[in-house]
Design a protein around this ligand. Structure first.
Ligand code: OVM
Length: 408
């Protein structure tokens, strides 16, 4: 260990939060992290970490001190070449961040996207009917949580059919690449040239439909709100951030309901709870577990002096289960007000697609709640390991369909 920690009072740990053990079940480590102190040093990576809600939320709010422009992964853009051109949103700060952010805030705003609700409900009905017509057993990940976003989101962006099979693998690698260069990253590296080329080709003006989010981004370039060079990278942000995240958000809420039948009954009684349910699942499971920030100056946090230019790992998932902030944090509870969770981040970088994610979730959940009386697992559930995502590989379920729902 060559790094000298400037503050010897800072607790440290040799545990690797990106190890297979911790990825399989991060909760015990996160509990120890919160107990150890507001700031903990991760010896293996020579970085700091925060796991308590208060400090995580405050640091995400203070973008001037905790910048994103040096990269939100472990690797520092100032020292190492990034694996792809940096995102103009995620990996930028004001003033560069402003125009792309303002554009997506408008295009993906709650009012703008309301017109999608009707067709997404019809899509959800068709998908769910199709799945149920094959019998009461299916995989809630492949058949529903992945199938639904892949059915509605690429169309909403306006990308061609060809290459859509690359969206999930590309996102999986992008989220792995925020972590350390471990075997998960190595496994994805071979396909980077192919996947990057495929995604880049889907961001070009010529291939996009005239009525999607992609076309709206290019129209902003025509108006001069953004540059022509920025447009394809902003489309790329939608394709990177908008698929694996929603797939795992939907998987999270389906898992939560399968393990909490009483909560499913509550949703069926009151489908208007679908949005609360989704946000509670995002809090409970935190599909995006972590992001790094980099200090722009020396900053003291909870008695630890973090020097300028250091990486800090923000544990969103840990903050979302911090008992200092949440009553019974390990309970999935539709009675709770989950707002304030940091599962979408917090501050100027807070997920700009969150209204899209909620619309996907609410349209799907409302259809499922009408058609399905009960959900239970009928086989072993399997996690998918990713350096950043808390993900599911497989959730085999058996459902009982509603007696009020009859097929024609
Ligand atoms: C982006 C991007 C990529 C991954 C995640 C994300 C959660 C954004 O390319 O802008 O936000």
């Amino acid at each position: 260990m060559t790094t000298i920690i400037s503050d010897p009072k800072t607790p440290c740990t040799d545990v690797d939060p990106f190890s297979r053990d911790v990825l399989e079940d991060p909760l015990p480590f996160q509990s120890e992290l919160r107990a150890a102190g507001p700031v903990v040093y991760l010896n293996k990576y020579d970085v700091y970490a925060m796991g308590r809600y208060g400090e995580v939320q405050a640091a995400l709010t203070d973008w001037q001190t905790f910048q994103s422009a040096a990269g939100v992964g472990l690797s520092n853009f100032r020292k190492e070449m990034p694996w792809r051109p940096p995102s103009l949103l995620l990996e930028a700060d004001p003033p560069h961040h402003d125009a792309p952010r303002a554009l997506l805030t408008k295009i993906l705003g709650p009012r703008e996207i309301r017109k999608l609700a009707e067709s997404w409900t019809a899509d959800a009905e068709e998908l769910v009917d199709q799945v149920l017509s094959r019998g009461p057993e299916f995989d809630a990940v492949a058949d529903v949580a992945a199938a639904f976003p892949l059915r509605v989101f690429p169309d909403a962006v306006g990308i061609p059919q060809a290459g859509r099979e690359n969206l999930l693998p590309y996102g999986d690698h992008a989220f792995n690449a925020f972590g350390p260069p471990n075997e998960l990253v190595a496994k994805g590296a071979a396909r980077v040239p192919e996947l990057s080329a495929s995604i880049a080709s889907q961001c070009a003006r010529e291939v996009l439909t005239t009525d999607g989010f992609g076309a709206q981004i290019w129209a902003a370039a025509d108006r001069g709100d953004i540059t022509e060079a920025q447009a394809p990278l902003i489309v790329r942000s939608l394709l990177t951030a908008g698929v694996d995240t929603t797939v795992n958000g939907l998987a999270a809420v389906l898992y939560a309901f399968a393990t909490n039948p009483g909560q499913w009954a509550r949703l069926r009684d009151n489908p208007a709870l679908s949005r609360t349910a989704f946000d509670e699942a995002v809090r409970f499971e935190s599909p995006v577990q972590t992001f790094f920030r980099t200090t722009t100056r020396d900053i003291e946090v909870g008695g630890t002096l973090i020097p300028e230019g250091r990486k800090i790992l923000m544990f969103l998932g840990s903050a979302n289960r911090d008992p200092r902030r949440w009553d019974n944090p390990d309970t999935f509870d539709l009675n709770r007000d989950p707002s304030g969770h940091v599962g979408f981040g917090f501050g100027i970088h807070q997920c700009v697609g969150q209204h899209i994610a909620r619309l996907e979730a609410s349209t799907l959940l409302e259809v499922l709640a009408r058609r399905i009386e009960s959900i239970e697992f009928c086989g072993p559930t399997r996690r998918h390991h990713n350096n950043t995502l808390r993900a599911w590989q497989s959730l085999p379920v058996r459902v009982k369909t509603s007696s009020t729902f009859t097929r024609k």
